[in-house]
Write a protein that binds this ligand. Structure first.
Ligand SMILES: Nc1ncnc2c1ncn2[C@@H]1O[C@H](COP(=O)(O)OP(=O)(O)O)[C@@H](O)[C@H]1O
Ligand SMILES: [Mg+2]
Length: 279
């Protein structure tokens, strides 16, 4: 089944078109990786999947993103509710540093349910920390500050906080880029466990990581040459809809099962990127 369906999605910052015409289906209970050179719109697209993009100044979209068949941008849809169903973990671990490990885990839950009982909260904290493979390391110091943990532990704490609200989807934007190899491996192992319960979408600049953990991979690229040609063509046709001289938008170049994309890319730009010829 498809968890997320993205249709004709364009993402803008003001007048700047950052991501153009993305169509893709993201299957549930699997890991989807977004790869591509810096600036091709991976983070922007990721943020459109839980309506975080519109929290950025000038951020807006056209098109559709459906979660389990329901348009996340439909009228009357509450973005806060969307972000509960589609959680997000960032590049830099961002626990509340002076808040205890315990309170960090249930911070999101408390926003919605202030009267959660002590017993329910205890159970939820343990369950979430276990799901994040962090329980064994912190169960005897739950009242110490989250900021005192190592970088890799803080990232797993953020994952525990994300799973505590019982989302359907977890988005991760380069979650390992600040981590050492051992912590990175721990997160990768964790992602493989999380996909049993959740739909996982990960942006990574690390192609080996995409190859190791993902079930399907999407390659994005902001192709300057193709864009220049398109804008020239449109100019000769007298169509001024594309602003001249602007940076090209990122586009989804190729999307396939990960083995297929890595071993047998169909697009030349994908092959060039994978073999390190650019980006
Ligand atoms: N807050 C912002 N305001 C304006 N432009 C932005 C903003 N964030 C990103 N961009 C631009 O959007 C494009 C895509 O950026 P981004 O999604 O961060 O790419 P990636 O994650 O693939 O590196 C880039 O040209 C970038 O400069
Ligand atoms: Mg990014």
């Amino acid at each position: 089944m498809n968890e997320l369906e993205i249709k004709d999605l364009n993402a803008y910052y003001g007048d700047f078109l950052a991501v153009s015409q993305v169509n893709m289906d993201i299957p549930d209970k699997s890991i989807t990786a977004f790869i591509g050179p810096s600036g091709c719109g991976k983070s922007t697209l990721l943020r459109t999947l839980n309506r975080m993009h519109e929290a950025v100044p000038g951020g807006r979209i056209t098109g559709e993103v459906a979660l389990e068949g329901q348009d996340l941008y439909g009228s009357g849809v509450d973005p806060v509710g969307v972000r509960r169903k589609v959680g997000m973990v960032f590049q830099k671990a961002n626990p509340f540093p002076s808040m205890s490990i315990y309170e960090n885990v249930i911070a999101g839950v408390r926003l919605r349910n202030k009267r959660i009982s002590r017993k329910d909260a205890d159970e939820l904290v343990e369950r979430s920390l276990r799901q994040a493979n962090l329980w064994d390391e912190v169960h005897d110091r739950l009242q110490t500050p989250g900021g005192a943990l190592s970088g890799g532990q803080q990232q797993r704490l953020c994952i525990a906080r994300a799973v505590a609200v019982e989302p359907k989807v977890i988005l991760l934007d380069e979650p390992c880029s600040a981590l050492d190899p051992v912590s990175t491996l721990a997160i990768e192992q964790l992602l493989l466990e999380l996909k049993e319960r959740y739909t996982v979408v990960i942006v990574t600049h690390n192609m080996q990581q995409a190859a190791r953990v993902s079930d399907q991979t999407a390659f994005f690229h902001a192709d300057a040459e193709a864009w220049a040609e398109l804008t020239r063509l449109e100019a000769t046709l007298g169509d001024k809809s594309l602003p001249q001289g602007t940076r090209p938008p990122g586009r989804l170049v190729e999307y396939a099962p990960t083995d297929e994309l890595f071993n047998n890319p169909r697009n030349k730009a994908t092959a060039d990127y994978l073999s390190g010829r650019f980006g």
